[in-house]
Design a protein around this ligand. Structure first.
Ligand SMILES: O=C(O)[C@H](O)[C@@H](O)[C@H](O)[C@H](O)CO
Ligand SMILES: [Mg+2]
Length: 403
């Protein structure tokens, strides 16, 4: 099955997406997501200049060999741009293989481990009351698990809370990075109150999650983990930046609140110590940023040995191609935990027709051969690329901090 063409489609139906299409001589094609939010065109350049020309004439069925050709062959291993580029090729090739086999992708991975995939949605509000209304809306819509992020008194703009009430949250919201002001003490004083109110109002059965978004130091994260212990979080996410994996060892000693990390990881080596030392409970590396199905499967297998479960990143800045492939992976992977779900806009859903569906707080995988997501190239042309940047945080004294 020889690759005859490979090209990128950049489209922005409300936000930017980069999609790779690989076409074989017989006309069967596969697609992969290559979106790296806020750095989209660097992956475009990497693929167009260094990867796509090397694919033409290769046998599309040799997924493993192509993966190593791109990984070892680059000499400069790992990194988000390289691993996103490799992931796009990998997912497109798995799509082709499954289409040729006439099977939905989950069958090639090993078949169903479950009938449906539990997701968590995002409840956000400018204050606790507004946020609780959103939690209630999610519960009414059937969600079993909800991530809860509320505005903090004294912090004007904060990760996870939409600028305007009722609007979906979109972080990459300005041409050049917006600068926000962050206060750790105000945040730490507020979050336990938020979860106390959530449990009081919604009882014990709802799974609740929280994303710290890398903004604490290890000892601050330990304090937060301890203080929210009575509210039994499903997980506390990205409580510190994870370049120093040992930091999680310190946090772990202090709290039984389950810890999730990994949305910015691009390799097994970013998570090796975290997993082997059982410092975390959920690994969030995605197919799109961590080398595709071929590599994330290895991460999940290692994680399984240490009781670590998957909880894939799934914001709107990953395209439906990533989400569709992730739902196949989630349906198969034995050590599945949960899948993040932020609904895409209807314009995005139209550009990317798909066969997965949301029902009763879960995703149901589609049965079409491949990963079940396509792209309408004509429609995609109507939405030209527009630069959009993620914000940065500064402490109240002006020091640049983690956003
Ligand atoms: O848990 C999440 O979904 C994430 O933290 C995202 O909201 C990121 O901020 C975003 O993917 C950055 O591009
Ligand atoms: Mg996150």
């Amino acid at each position: 099955m020889i690759i005859s063409d490979a090209y990128l489609i950049v489209t922005s139906p409300g936000r930017n997406f980069v999609t790779l299409k690989i076409v074989t001589e017989s006309g069967v094609y596969g697609i992969g997501d290559a979106t790296l939010n806020g750095r989209e065109l660097s992956v475009v350049a990497y693929l167009e200049e260094h990867v796509l020309p090397t694919l033409i004439g290769r046998d599309a069925s040799r997924i493993e060999d192509i993966w190593h050709f791109l990984y070892r062959g680059a000499y400069w291993r790992r990194g988000p741009v390289t691993m996103t580029a490799i992931a796009a090729v990998d997912v497109a090739l798995w799509d082709i293989k499954a289409k040729l086999a006439g099977m939905p992708l989950y069958q090639l991975l090993g078949g169903k481990s479950r009938d449906r995939v539990m997701v968590y949605g995002h409840a956000t509000g400018r204050d606790i009351e507004a946020c609780l209304e959103e939690v209630a809306r999610h519960v009414d819509e059937g969600y079993r698990a909800v991530r809860v992020q509320a505005g903090v008194p004294g912090i004007a703009s904060i990760y996870g809370v939409a600028k305007k009430e009722g609007e979906p949250y979109e972080p990459a919201d300005s041409d050049l990075p917006a600068e926000h002001v962050w206060s750790t003490s105000k945040y730490l004083n507020h979050v336990p109150k938020l979860f106390a109110t959530v449990r009081e109002r919604f009882g014990d059965d709802l799974h609740v999650l929280h994303d710290v978004h890398h903004r604490l130091t290890p000892i601050e994260a330990a304090r937060l983990g301890k203080e929210v212990e009575p509210y039994h979080l499903f997980w506390l996410e990205d409580c510190v930046p994870a370049e120093n994996q040992e930091a999680f060892g310190l946090i772990r000693q202090h709290t039984t609140t389950p810890l999730a990390v990994g949305e910015v990881f691009n390799s097994l080596y970013d998570a090796k110590a975290l997993i082997e030392n059982q410092w975390i409970d959920y690994i969030r590396a995605t197919l799109t940023h961590a080398g595709g199905i071929t590599h994330v499967r290895r991460i999940a297998d290692l994680a399984g040995l240490y009781h670590v479960r998957t909880g894939f990143h799934g914001p709107t800045d990953l395209s439906p191609v990533c989400l569709g492939a992730a739902i196949h992976f989630d349906t198969w992977v034995p050590n599945f935990g949960i899948q993040e779900y932020m609904p895409h806009t209807s314009a995005t859903d139209k550009v990317f027709p798909h066969d997965y569906r949301f029902e009763d707080g879960h995703f149901i995988v589609g049965e079409k051969p491949g990963h079940g997501v396509d792209i309408d190239e004509q429609l995609a042309k109507q939405y030209p690329y527009k630069r959009a940047s993620l914000p940065v945080n500064r402490l109240e004294d002006g020091t640049l901090w983690h956003w």
